[in-house]
Design a protein around this ligand. Structure first.
Ligand code: NAP
Length: 350
């Protein structure tokens, strides 16, 4: 018997990725879809502005969309709701006994909520027990990072372990799908670049420090370095590109940096979790890669793809990275989190 899954925000771009990635999943099956009152009570295929190349899975297309309020007929919920209302809805589900695996930013930085990247910080799952006790919930909330953060932090983690990071500068070029649907108006997007994404730079500057920190004695101790982020929206459909420069605490060379990145393996790979990439970081050697259109689906969109690793004149090294924002940046991240929760016995059938 598979775990029964509900999706909050099932009609959105991330919700659609969940639906696509959960088709034929060995551990999970979709039993409930929920969205706003615009969609509530209607058949999924009639209200979902489906934007993916594969068709809506047969098992799901005729399901009736429900309201985002408990109870739902499922063992856990994935949340991909707008941050304007996700916070309270997720709390209501956790209080009602549901594990909530969230993409939204509302609870990411809470001091009792794991901001989980299974390759990096599965020890942070210890925060769940604190959360349940403190908030008197029978369920709980686990979050995944912002889409730009996760691509970045997968590359920073092995470098931090091997050399210690002292400083990071990152300039992002983020895809349109990162803004949801309908997202950025076409007249703003085409032939253009928008040098501002509300709240994004703060997320990219803060979330990696929680992820790369430790959960000890009931509290999170953040990693001790600084990040400077500049975030831009560009007319690419899927795939966030980031130009990164790092200052390291230990002296090293380009060859060693590349080796550390491409040899990175962690718990999801050892546990062979279904959605885990074989290599969390893939390093390309061509001078003009990674490119979003060509490289975003490497490792089924679950890896950070790195290229152009070279010395930097101000910090120590610089490189370009790419992550698929609705796969590893959103639905795929949450799915991998749920697979880790199964492997670690944090999920129960209700
Ligand atoms: P989206 O395409 O705009 O979809 C939003 C979803 O939320 C839709 O299902 C919508 O339902 C539902 N919704 C809106 N208002 C609601 C309400 N008042 N009550 C209940 N449901 C409501 O957005 P998205 O891109 O999927 O993003 C969803 C969340 O994931 C956001 O918090 C976003 O920041 C986060 N995220 C997105 C990405 C990305 O790459 N897109 C990456 C990481 C994280 P209706 O169709 O019924 O309106």
């Amino acid at each position: 018997m598979k775990y029964r899954v509900g999706i909050l925000g099932a009609t959105g771009l991330v919700g659609q990725r969940f639906v696509q990635m959960l088709e034929d999943h060995p551990l999970f099956e979709i039993t409930a879809l929920a969205a706003s009152d615009r969609s509530e009570g209607k058949v999924y295929e009639d209200v979902c502005p489906w934007k993916l190349a594969s068709p809506i899975p047969e098992k799901v297309r005729k399901l009736t969309v429900q309201a985002c309020t408990p109870p739902l007929d499922c063992d856990l919920v994935f949340s991909s709701l707008p941050s304007s209302m996700a916070g309270a809805v997720e709390e209501a589900f956790a209080a009602a006994g549901y594990p909530v695996i969230s993409n939204s930013s509302n609870h990411r930085m809470d001091d009792d909520v794991p901001l989980l990247v299974p390759e990096i910080n599965s020890a942070h799952l210890a925060a769940i027990e604190h959360q349940k006790q403190r908030r008197e919930w029978s369920g709980y909330i686990v979050t995944n990072p912002n889409c730009t953060t996760i691509a970045l932090v997968l590359a920073l983690a092995p470098l931090h372990t091997a050399f210690g990071i002292e400083a990071v500068s990152v300039v992002s070029m983020q895809a349109l799908s990162g803004a949801g649907y309908p997202g950025v108006a076409s007249l703003d997007a085409v032939d253009n670049l928008i040098p501002y994404i509300d709240g994004e730079e703060e997320k990219v500057e803060n979330e990696p420090l929680k992820i790369l920190g430790q959960f000890e004695d009931g509290r999170f101790n953040f990693a001790d370095f600084r990040i400077s982020a500049q975030c831009n929206r560009v007319p690419v459909t899927d795939g966030h590109t980031e130009a990164v420069a790092v200052k390291l605490r230990t002296k090293t060379d380009v060859k060693s940096v590349i080796e550390v990145l491409q040899n990175f393996r962690a718990e999801p790979q050892l546990l062979k979790l279904h959605s885990a990439p074989e290599k969390p970081v893939v390093v390309l050697s061509e001078q003009n890669r990674p490119q979003p259109r060509l490289d975003r689906n490497i490792e089924r969109g679950m890896a950070t793809v790195v290229g152009r690793v070279r010395k930097d004149n101000i910090l120590d090294f610089k490189f370009v990275l790419l992550g698929h924002n609705t796969i590893r940046g959103a639905a795929g991240a949450a799915l991998l989190n749920a697979e880790l929760l199964v492997a670690k016995n944090f999920l129960r059938k209700r």
